[in-house]
Design a protein around this ligand. Structure first.
Ligand code: NAI
Ligand code: 15L
Length: 269
């Protein structure tokens, strides 16, 4: 696949979008920015909602690929999630299909499988093929996004790498994050690999650094050419001293999705 150059970055005003605006240009990408919120210092950014199909049509015209980050990134009401994450992602895919964009990198989430029990001791790492177990309406919308991506590959030949991101922030801030953290630099490495790997069809991978306490299997991401360079372990002693170890009697400690499994409504286990 020829290396994509012009890449539409949706959700460019958000936390991850801001990090990727800093890092991805070093890989040679020319980013076209899209978000419902204006971005300071970026007069060319497209300020529009994913519901605006005309703005999306213009946004995808002439791009080589899309990194789709826009949407609600935490638990919310079903109605809000439906509009932004389900309908919004559908509108993005339709625009891309019509414009002939060959590939999308979709920001899925660990919360698509958040009710999966985290491995302990000698348990194997969680594979990408584990049955989906969303922990929230938010996680459910990421599960939908992965299915939408599969449909657009099978039916229309539009490729996607769905990246089930763990926690991508400048530093890990919780003991759980020691297992699921993806450093921003590794995030850029993984997005670059997802944009440039040959023949991905629809591939689902986990997105995190090479953490000592990793919970899931990075084989799929490595097969794209991703070579993580970072590990959360240098943050471990301080975080554990402040917060204590994860305990087996708290569902937020024993499931991949962390506290999302306890977000309202609270489910019986
Ligand atoms: P964020 O909430 O900081 O940014 C999301 C951006 O999307 C915001 O700038 C917002 O204005 C924009 N947006 C929301 N609804 C929109 C709509 N209808 N139309 C246009 N723009 C809209 O979230 P963050 O942390 O930057 O995450 C980016 C993506 O990655 C999200 O899809 C999130 O679900 C996913 N993700 C992030 C993780 C992380 O650790 N940061 C972990 C797993 C997934
Ligand atoms: C996500 O999907 C969220 O978008 C992000 O804000 C974090 O909460 C992350 O998961 C996480 O699991 O830590």
């Amino acid at each position: 696949m020829p290396a994509p150059r012009t890449v539409l970055l949706t959700g460019a005003a958000g936390g991850l979008g801001t990090l990727m605006r800093e890092l991805l240009p070093d890989y040679g990408y020319d980013l076209r920015l899209f978000d419902m919120r204006p971005i300071e210092g970026e007069p060319d950014a497209i300020t529009a909602d994913l519901a605006d199909t005309e703005a999306l049509r213009e946004a995808v015209t002439g791009v080589d690929a899309v990194i789709h980050l826009a949407g609600i990134s935490l638990e919310s009401t079903f109605e809000k999630i439906l509009k932004a994450n389900v309908e919004g992602t559908y509108h993005l895919y339709e625009a891309a299909r019509r414009a002939g964009v060959p590939r999308i990198v979709f920001a899925s989430s660990n919360h698509a499988v958040g009710f999966t029990r985290a491995p302990r001791g000698d348990d194997p790492l969680i594979p990408a093929g584990t049955p989906r177990r969303p922990d929230t309406f938010y996680g459910l919308s990421k599960s939908f996004g992965e299915d939408l991506a599969q449909l657009y590959w099978d039916k229309h030949g539009l490729e996607t790498v769905s990246v089930r991101i763990g926690s991508c922030f400048r530093e890990p801030t919780s003991v759980r994050m020691l297992s699921v953290w993806m450093s921003p630099a590794d995030g850029a490495r993984l997005f670059h690999a997802a944009l440039t790997a040959e023949r991905v069809g629809h591939t689902v991978v986990y997105g995190s650094s090479a953490n000592t306490r990793l919970w899931w299997d990075l084989t799929g991401a490595r097969a794209l050419g991703y070579e993580p360079q970072d590990d959360s372990e240098p943050y471990a002693a301080k975080l554990i001293a402040e917060q204590g170890e994860l305990t087996p009697d708290d569902p937020a400690h024993t499931h991949l999705g962390g506290h999302f499994v306890n977000d309202p409504p609270i489910w019986p286990y």
